[in-house]
Write a protein that binds this ligand. Structure first.
Ligand SMILES: C[S@@+](CC[C@H](N)C(=O)[O-])C[C@H]1O[C@@H](n2cnc3c(N)ncnc32)[C@H](O)[C@@H]1O
Length: 344
């Protein structure tokens, strides 16, 4: 039951107003991340408003309301006139925290927040008009160092939440080589290789990401077991492997393109191997608002993308030839669908 459904008539307008003000909540958080509030408090410990104004690019005029707002959102705590990160902020908003998602926030602010200003237009036209969602626009974005960095950090955040769960979701000891199709700069396979020391990996992605991949897998200490194959997954051959992954990839494309990619990825799986799909898949009945919002993101930033159900993913895998298709939750935000390729 939602807050609105439970509200008595008198409280309905207040509940609606709180919903309408949701963008203010988001902006308080996004501005705090951009201005470095959480990192600063982590470094310097509990601090007064005056100390924060001196250290951060904060004008005194709005500082008190800003800091009080963050306290009321549960992101900061205030004791004896000093502000400190809440437990949630320490975990999710300080670099190196157990569930750090700062990379997601920066790109959410720069890309998704403006895109949502076009929601009504997008719902009317069915198109993502204002943001150039096609392949050329995507490659142009990757060619811009600042945007590329934001994009990479966002992808690291998204697949960083998945990697530990994926490492335990399969009998990796039975497989020698994993190929991550659209694997970005290799953050997911990097985490898998660190946990499974005999596994080797190939990331297949656009040539614009090759240098970032080399740098990232070196930093993760797995460069000797991880390779990069540059190409376009619609037109170039995919690397063969025992396990092939399509993670956070299919939601960017039309149903026909998804079917094409699943069939192509299945051909790259060696006999006895597995094809893995993960995304923020939707339930048949809507139960998770976060996933519905991710799907609407796709409406606004891709040409034909959306989230889809595990039933649809199962059907694509079976049509490609997979047997024994299984569905399981993957971390807090994703669903994993695994199809097996019979032994030859
Ligand atoms: C949404 S990201 C997913 C990254 C990663 N798999 C994850 O789980 O976070 C989509 C990836 O597909 C790549 N990509 C997009 N179009 C591509 C194409 N035509 N050929 C190869 N890779 C492509 C992007 O560069 C990006 O790394």
């Amino acid at each position: 039951m939602t807050e609105l459904a439970e509200s008595v008539p008198d409280a309905a307008s207040a509940a609606v107003k709180r919903l309408a003000n949701g963008f203010c909540h988001a902006k308080l958080l996004l501005a705090a991340e951009e201005l470095g509030v959480f990192t600063d408090l982590h470094r310097h410990g509990p601090s007064t408003e005056k100390e924060l104004v001196e250290r951060l690019p904060l004008h005194p005029r709005g500082a008190r309301d800003f800091l009080h707002g963050l306290v009321l959102l549960g992101l900061l705590e205030r004791r004896d006139g000093r502000y400190a990160n809440s437990a949630a902020a320490t975990t999710a908003l300080v670099p190196g925290g157990a569930d750090y998602i700062g990379g997601f926030l920066r790109r959410a602010d720069r890309k998704l927040y403006p895109a949502w200003q076009n929601l009504a237009e997008g719902l009317t036209s069915g198109k993502s008009e204002a943001h150039g969602a096609g392949p050329e626009a995507f490659r142009a974005m990757l060619g811009d160092p600042r945007q590329r960095e934001q994009y990479l950090r966002m992808m690291d955040s998204a697949n960083g939440l998945v990697a530990g769960h994926l490492a335990g979701a399969l009998d990796w000891g039975a497989h020698g080589h994993v190929a991550d199709i659209g694997g970005c700069r290799g953050n997911l396979v990097g985490q898998l290789l660190r946990i499974h020391p005999r596994l080797r990996a190939t990331v297949f992605d656009l040539t614009e990401l090759e240098a970032a991949f080399a740098e990232h897998v070196t930093a993760l200490g797995v460069a000797d077991r991880a390779g990069f194959r540059a190409g376009d997954f619609f037109t170039d051959p995919l690397p063969e492997a025992d396990v092939v992954i399509l993670g956070h990839v299919l939601h960017n494309w039309s149903v026909e393109q998804r079917e094409f990619l699943v069939a192509k990825a299945y051909r790259a799986v060696r006999p006895g191997g597995a094809l893995l799909i993960y995304d923020a898949m939707l339930d048949e009945e809507p139960t998770d608002l976060a996933r519905v919002l991710v799907s609407l993101n796709m409406l606004l930033i891709t040409e034909e993308g959306s989230e889809y159900t595990a039933g649809e993913a199962t059907a694509w895998l079976e049509a490609a030839g997979c047997g024994d298709v299984r569905v399981a939750p993957l971390g807090p935000a994703d669903t994993l669908v695994v199809g097996r390729k019979p032994t030859a």
